[in-house]
Design a protein around this ligand. Sequence first.
Ligand SMILES: Cc1cc2nc3c(=O)[nH]c(=O)nc-3n(C[C@H](O)[C@H](O)[C@H](O)COP(=O)(O)OP(=O)(O)OC[C@H]3O[C@@H](n4cnc5c(N)ncnc54)[C@H](O)[C@@H]3O)c2cc1C
Length: 495
Amino acid sequence: MQKYEYDVVVVGKGNAALCAALSAREHGASVGMLEAASEEESGGNSRFAGGVMRFAYASVEDLRRVTDISDEEAAGSDFGTNTREDYLDTLYRLTSYRTDPELSELLVNSSLDTMAWLRSKGARFILNHGRQSGMVGGKRVYFGNMPIEVNGGGAGLVQYLDAAAKKAGIEVHYETRAQSLLYDGERVSGVRAQHAGKTAEFRAKSVVLACGGFEANPEWRTRYLGPGWELAKVRGTRFNVGDGLRMALDIGAAPCGNWSGCHATGWDRYAPEFGDVNVGDQFQKHSYIFGLLINAEGERFVDEGADFHSFTYAKYGGEVLKQPGQFAWQVFDSKVTKLLRSEYRIKFVTKESANTLEALAPKLEGVNAQQFLKTVREFNAAVRQDIPFDHTIKDGKCTVGLSPSKSNWAQPLDTPPFDAYATTCGITFTFGGLRIDKETGQVLDVHFHPIPGLYTAGEMVGGLFYFNYPSGTGLVSGAVFGRLAGASAAKAAKN
Ligand SMILES: Cc1cc2nc3c(=O)[nH]c(=O)nc-3n(C[C@H](O)[C@H](O)[C@H](O)COP(=O)(O)OP(=O)(O)OC[C@H]3O[C@@H](n4cnc5c(N)ncnc54)[C@H](O)[C@@H]3O)c2cc1C
């Protein structure tokens, strides 16, 4: 059997794992990483991410810790703020006040420092012009409290961190699937893995599990999220099948958080079973706030304009999954065409267009055409005409007397051509994870005692997200908890 030895072994090679590895190395540990995927397919969900990053900032000076902003740019822009209080409020509101108070505070309070740390490791950030801004009164206004994204998206972030890891002398073992923890009943002393059909042992003083949730495992999805979830498409990597969670639970780690919950969005109905790195996140369709969501019965089923997409998109995928046939059409008229995000203009898109609603109706595959036309007529009649439309704010332009109502950005569908996009549910990641010690990132057992030698980070941390999620939090939380776990693992290895 092949045997290796490091101070710290990190399982996975996405954002959280790379941050853990870099942090452990920075604290003087020798580090080996195990990645189930080949080098070509490595990088986890992090590599598929759009790359928006939500962190706390209260001023332009805070943003300048993360990226260069010229005086001219600052004068011509309104970046808004996302104070620690705002960020915490958002997390509490979206999770129905269930987010773990200490975990969410740690995430929020460390978020800006961690962004600056990522920058110090070579990550490059840019202003998020494309997705979250608009010109208002001669100024570029950034809305949604998230004015910065990583250059090159999640793939860019993985590349930057990968380069830093190489420079730091961190060894990566590709096509090496961790299978079990070396555990003598008292402490974890490494990982047993499969490489090229053979077992290999990676001995270590500390192990950091950062190998994702169980989103790519249809059997676990059905078991934990519920019947029907095996039918969801996977937005990202096919390698996150719950291995890390299983390995930890097998030795008595405490499960924590929303095990029946996940992040899932509207996703092209005919997208492949798993993500395609060449398309990245572009199968998503996040501009539904400006149109109508229509199911097979020709009915609406959610308030499309309840909030900015950042605060509803992660739960509306699950709503689409609940509809007959697990699909929904997003329907728009030409008044909003220019507001649709770039993902509506990609080559691989399931789209129908027509110059009248009557001509569009029969083109909506699987939809009751008569009921669709009735739904649109009723919707058009219910729109408040006395409130102006403004996509840069929650404009309150709503419907009256409809169920479900549309609370913002409600405009009649009356201006041809009409475009419709077919979506289904795309699962991003699962919320259930492990319980950790908030000072160290160490995994706790079912009696809440730290398991010596075992740490975790990223999607595997339970207790942060319930029911819903604010966009841009996954990468930042992966970095915050990865950095913490890596530092603690290295310190423990030295003792
Ligand atoms: C399409 C898409 C768009 C997104 N957009 C954004 C965004 O704009 N902003 C944002 O903040 N978040 C976004 N996210 C969410 C974000 O990508 C995740 O929250 C984050 O990347 C999770 O990081 P992680 O390191 O925990 O997991 P991952 O990046 O998934 O890494 C897990 C790693 O573990 C490896 N692995 C799995 N099992 C094993 C095993 N047994 N042995 C060894 N290795 C194993 C995998 O191969 C992978 O390398 C998006 C996600 C997707 C899919």
